[in-house]
Structure formats: structure tokens, C-alpha cells
Design a protein around this ligand. Structure first.
Ligand SMILES: Cc1cc2nc3c(=O)[nH]c(=O)nc-3n(C[C@H](O)[C@H](O)[C@H](O)COP(=O)(O)OP(=O)(O)OC[C@H]3O[C@@H](n4cnc5c(N)ncnc54)[C@H](O)[C@@H]3O)c2cc1C
Length: 414
């Protein structure tokens, strides 16, 4: 998508500059007229008759802003560097009102050793692994604190909840605890089921030893597992109703056609390896074909090619039972991996009107200043309607703001 947008911009004569971060807005009493950027060690002023659209993303990498507005920095980062909240700073300097600052597009993350981007640790998003049977997630008290199969934004939000008595976030660092059944059926993070156990996984013969190794309260963990196991064995979770919704079961272990006779269930390791082999072999062919179809600029044909077959594959999943996400944690050895609360991006920024124009604290338009995407205060105020819930906002309000700025430029030039 970004490639297509860039190509469209270049085709239409947009002058794209890279490695030129904006540092200041150029203003006078009539509004915002440009930005000062730093490039090659110098400052350059870029004039903009229509105004400036802040689209520099959120402030999730800024310790200062996350501490002030979200209570604490994130333990790990799942988004790339460069999200330092410059939009918030620039907008505040011209008196913009800020909104949604206490919210984020929450996502739990797992930092694996050595995984980084451009020299900075980059954590994995932690999605389906939480929903598989024979696992639970606990905090340092050894307590479950949510339905592990919740959508990531809801689960991540609960991880960042503040305990009113202690003022701390007891779930911000948590542990996925799973047993040997889980390991031999699913593996984790690309390690095939039953494969070599990587060093970053904690492993112990008993849950008590595992608790001691990871610094989780042993009594709490044993009590939690004692409560969870008998119900999970009957595919129930009276405490948090894990498996109660279709979404919960989306990432579950379900073999619709052949049930327990499916290759996935009978030979999980071999099936996982075969799947990786097939994907590696046909991936380049599929992406070449998809590229060709996309170039034909025929979205309806693309849709008919993709949506029909995908719907056929996914439809049987609608029948998946709660047992696809529930099973007792009772086969030794036991494993643990650390999970930290994080965010895909932040929600807050300058408040805008329906055309993407930034507003001041009196609700008046700041002439020439616009904001969209994570740089602006999200029009949905942090409500996440599903995958695409942030990018769609950026696209729609970026388009509206750009159109408005173009109109303003035409009026100024005329
Ligand atoms: C792993 C992951 C998966 C995600 N999956 C989804 C998904 O499935 N659906 C969905 O909707 N969202 C998803 N998101 C969130 C989504 O990627 C972001 O919300 C979205 O990219 C925000 O777009 P944006 O244009 O506002 O900002 P960004 O994409 O962050 O772009 C901002 C740009 O501004 C640049 N910049 C920063 N400071 C300056 C400066 N001073 N001057 C000039 N440029 C600057 C940055 O380098 C960056 O290139 C995901 C995020 C992550 C990390």
C-alpha cells in the first residue's frame, strides 16, 4: 500500500525528501506557512502555501511523552524507531488542543534476543500464541488477569491497567506459561512443534520450579493452574470465558475437515515444516502473479480472485469449538516466555475537525495546520474496529486534509 501511494505521488510530481526531519513550523499571525527541516547538517525552510499536514506518526518511542500521558514508557517496542512525538511538540507550539493522549493502539510484545531493526531492538507482536490450548498468561502474582484469546488491543489495554491501590501496572510484564503438549503440537515463534528449545524459553520439570526461575509467585501460580485445569479439560473457562466468542477461536487449533486425523494434528512437526517449504517455494510465484494482477489496475478482478477462495478457506473456522483454545496445563516439562505491554502506535495528538484541520483550545481552526494518522488525535478516540483500524483513519483523514490544503493553496495563490 505504501509503495502504491509513493508511486502515485512520484507519478504526479511530488518532490519527496528523505532524511530531512521537520524540526519547526514556519508561522506568522495568519497561520502556518511551512516547516524547517534538518538535512545534511543544515536547516532548510520549506514554504507551503496550502499549509502543513502533520503525519509523523505517534509518540510511542518517547519516554517523556509516554510517562506523562500513558503512565510509563513501554517495556518493548513493536514499531520502528522515529516515533518521538514531534507532531505533539509542533502542534503545542502553535496552541493546538490535544486529544486522546492517554490512549494507544495496544499490542502485547515479545522481545527475542538479537531481533532488531536499524540497530534498535524490535519486539514481535504477540497474537495467536496466547489463544492456543494448554497455555495461560499470568502476572508476577501468578494470577491470570484476562481472557488470553482477546483481540490484541483489548488484551494490551488490560496489561496496562493501573491498580488503584498500588498505583502500579501489575500486568504490564506477564508470562505465557505452557506445557509440553503445547510445545509438541504448536512450537512457538517459528520453532516447529517439538523442535530444539531455544535459550530464550524458560523450562522446568515442575510449575513450582518454573515459577522460581521466572520470579513469579509459586503459590499463586499453582492455585491458578489448579483452578484453570479441570475446567479447561472440559473446554470451559468460567473465570474469563476464553473461547466464548468467534474471535477468541480465530487463532485456535482447529482441524475442520479431518479432525484428529488431519496431518496437522497427527504429525504437527512434519506438517509445519512442509508448510514452510511450500510457502518458501510458491511465495515468490504468488507474489509475482499478485503484482501482475495489481498492475492491471482492476481492483474488482483482484477482489474476486482473493476474496472467494479466502472465504472458502476461512468459512469452516466458524464451526471451531471452545476446545480449540482451551486445554489443561499439565504435561511436564513446563515452559515460560516473557510478554510485555506495548503498542502499535499512540492515539493522541492535535484535535482536528472533519476536514483534518487542527483546532486550538477554543475550538478554532489553526489556519494552515492539519494532522492525520497517529500524529493527530484519532477521530475514533482509540476505538479499534479491527485490523486496519488505524491505517484506514490515516488514509481517510490524510486525504481529506490534503484536499483541504490544496483548496487553501489555490485560494491563496489566486
Ligand atoms: C507490527 C505492526 C503491525 C501493524 N498492523 C496493523 C494493521 O494490521 N492494521 C492497521 O490499521 N494498523 C496496523 N499497525 C499500525 C499502523 O502501522 C500505524 O498505525 C500506521 O502506520 C500509522 O501511520 P502514520 O502514517 O500515522 O504514521 P507512520 O506510519 O508511523 O509514519 C510516520 C512517518 O513519519 C516519519 N517522521 C517521524 N518524525 C518525522 C519528522 N520530524 N519529520 C518528517 N518525518 C518524520 C516517520 O519516520 C515515519 O516514516 C501496525 C503497526 C505495527 C508496528
Amino acid at each position: 500500500m505504501v509503495g502504491a501511494l509513493l508511486e502515485a505521488g512520484l507519478r504526479n510530481g511530488v518532490d519527496v525528501r528523505v532524511k530531512a526531519p521537520a524540526t519547526r513550523l514556519v508561522t506568522d499571525e495568519s497561520g502556518v506557512h511551512g516547516v524547517v527541516v534538518r538535512a545534511d547538517g543544515d536547516e532548510h525552510t520549506v514554504r507551503a502555501a496550502g499549509g502543513v499536514l502533520l503525519a509523523s506518526g505517534g509518540f510511542e518511542s518517547s519516554s517523556e511523552l509516554t510517562t506523562t500521558h500513558l503512565g510509563a514508557p513501554f517495556g518493548v517496542q513493536v514499531s520502528p524507531a522515529g516515533h518521538d512525538g514531534i507532531a505533539v511538540q509542533l502542534a503545542e507550539e502553535v496552541g493546538a488542543d490535544l486529544t486522546g493522549m492517554e490512549d494507544a493502539w495496544w499490542m502485547p510484545g515479545v522481545q527475542l534476543p538479537g531481533e532488531e531493526l536499524e540497530g534498535r531492538p524490535l519486539s514481535r507482536v504477540f497474537l495467536g500464541e496466547r489463544a492456543l490450548p494448554h497455555s495461560i498468561m499470568v502476572n508476577s502474582r501468578g494470577e491470570r488477569f484476562a481472557n488470553e484469546a482477546l483481540p490484541y488491543d483489548q488484551f494490551g489495554r488490560i496489561m496496562r491497567q493501573v491498580d488503584p491501590e498500588t498505583g502500579t501496572m501489575p500486568n504490564a510484564t506477564a508470562w505465557l506459561i505452557f506445557d509440553h503438549d503445547y510445545w509438541t503440537r504448536f512450537g512457538i515463534f517459528g520453532v516447529p512443534p517439538g523442535g530444539d528449545v531455544p535459550d530464550y524459553l524458560h523450562r522446568a520439570d515442575t510449575l513450582a520450579e518454573l515459577a522460581a526461575e521466572i520470579g513469579v509467585d509459586e503459590v499463586g501460580l499453582l492455585r491458578t493452574v489448579d483452578r484453570f485445569n479441570p475446567e479447561a479439560a472440559r473446554a470451559r473457562d468460567p473465570q474469563f470465558d476464553r473461547g466464548g466468542t468467534l474471535f477468541d477461536r480465530y487463532f485456535g487449533a482447529f482441524h475442520p475437515r479431518l479432525g484428529e486425523n488431519s496431518p496437522d494434528a497427527r504429525f504437527p512437526a512434519a506438517t509445519a515444516r512442509a508448510r514452510i517449504g511450500i510457502a518458501t517455494a510458491i511465495g515468490p510465484v504468488v507474489s509475482k502473479l499478485a503484482g501482475r494482477v495489481a498492475k492491471r489496475d482492476d481492483p474488482e478482478r483482484l477482489r474476486s480472485l482473493v476474496v472467494g477462495p479466502l472465504a472458502k478457506i476461512i468459512r469452516p473456522m466458524l464451526e471451531s469449538p471452545p476446545s480449540s483454545v482451551l486445554g489443561p496445563v499439565d504435561s511436564s516439562p513446563f515452559y515460560a516466555v516473557k510478554v510485555e505491554a506495548s503498542a502499535l502506535g499512540t492515539v493522541g495528538g492535535p484535535k482536528t475537525d472533519a476536514l483534518g484541520r487542527a483546532l486550538d483550545t477554543e475550538g478554532r481552526v489553526i489556519p494552515g495546520l492539519y494532522a492525520a494518522g497517529n500524529a493527530g488525535g484519532a477521530p475514533t478516540k482509540g476505538f479499534y474496529g479491527g485490523a486496519g483500524g488505524t491505517i484506514s483513519l490515516g488514509l481517510v483523514f490524510g486525504f481529506l486534509a490534503g484536499r483541504e490544503a490544496a483548496r487553501r493553496r489555490d485560494a491563496v495563490v489566486a
